[in-house]
Design a protein around this ligand. Structure first.
Ligand code: OAD
Ligand code: ZN
Length: 255
């Protein structure tokens, strides 16, 4: 079902659900003014991923890659979680278990208060040495020279994000697969659903019997497997769902 309003079946399914999983992409942070990757204003429309987001490019021109990541770190650092992130965090007050599986590197789910977050593509607030793996905070490296070098071994320090051609962190991926398998209701939020292996997570949820709800202003390849696609922004649709759900759970006293 593709709809612009929230159908009753969403509340019916949520009313009996115990485990909720939410798979998120750049769209959920769009309302925090962090640009998405694809579409007219998308990052990959203006920049080439092969020049900025892969290991060979980094080794060839670490300064350029670091200049770009420093700028992104600044944008993300200054961004605030939006009502979509906060609504997901609030679900923890309603359900036994809420697991966030995110492709985003911006840490906004944790900053909004979500406590169980699996990051499939890393976290831009972390950095590590490519030679000895020593980890660095942004504070420790951004004040110095670009590209930053490891104080222990002199190796290049890189942001802890997954680049094209790299493996996803295995433990995070396994935990995400498990969350998809165990969830009663699975949300796919603000993602184009075309980057694999991450995009296999909603499919695992579907084949494991979860009720799949997609929220996105546009349809995506994941619309085909979603039970309901709500055409809208996560920053408006999610708070509306949470508000109504609270009222259902408290016997309608809240409205
Ligand atoms: P994309 O930029 O591919 O897709 C963003 C999606 O968000 C689109 O489907 C938009 O329609 C939707 N969208 C935009 N505004 C929205 C809003 N307010 N509410 C809800 N949805 C909205 O971003 P991702 O799917 O996250 O990978 O991209 C996946 C991966 O590709 C990223 O993690 C990144 C990128 O290359 C790596 O860096 C490894
Ligand atoms: Zn080192």
């Amino acid at each position: 079902m593709i709809t612009e309003t929230i159908p009753q079946i969403v509340y019916d399914k949520l009313s009996t659900a115990r485990v909720i999983a939410a798979f998120t992409g750049a769209g959920i942070s769009a309302e925090s003014n962090i640009p998405t990757f694809r579409g007219d204003e998308g990052i990959w429309t203006k920049f080439k991923p092969e020049e900025l987001a892969n290991f060979d490019a980094f080794m060839k021109n670490p300064k350029l890659v670091w200049e770009w990541y420093s700028a992104r770190k600044k944008i993300i650092h200054e961004a605030q979680p939006n009502p979509g992130h906060r609504a997901l965090a609030e679900l923890e007050n309603i359900f036994d278990e809420v697991i966030i599986v995110t492709q985003n590197i911006d840490n906004l789910h944790r900053r909004a208060g979500s406590t169980c977050v699996h990051e499939l593509h890393g976290n831009i607030e972390r950095n590590y040495c490519i030679k000895c793996s020593k980890t660095y905070t942004d504070d420790a490296i951004l004040s110095g020279e670009i590209p930053p070098k490891c104080e222990k071994c002199g190796g290049l320090v890189r942001p802890d994000v997954v680049w094209f051609g790299e493996f996803l962190p295995q433990d995070e991926f396994t935990a995400s697969e498990e969350a998809a398998q165990r969830s009663d209701v699975f949300f796919s939020l603000g993602t184009s659903g075309i980057v694999y292996p991450a995009a296999s997570i909603p499919q695992i949820a579907k084949y494991s019997g979860a009720f799949v709800i997609e929220i996105n202003p546009e349809t995506t390849p994941l619309t085909e497997i979603a039970d309901v696609t709500i055409l809208g922004k996560t920053g408006s649709v999610l708070p509306e769902i949470v508000h109504r759900l609270r009222s259902i759970k408290t016997g309608g006293k809240q409205d």
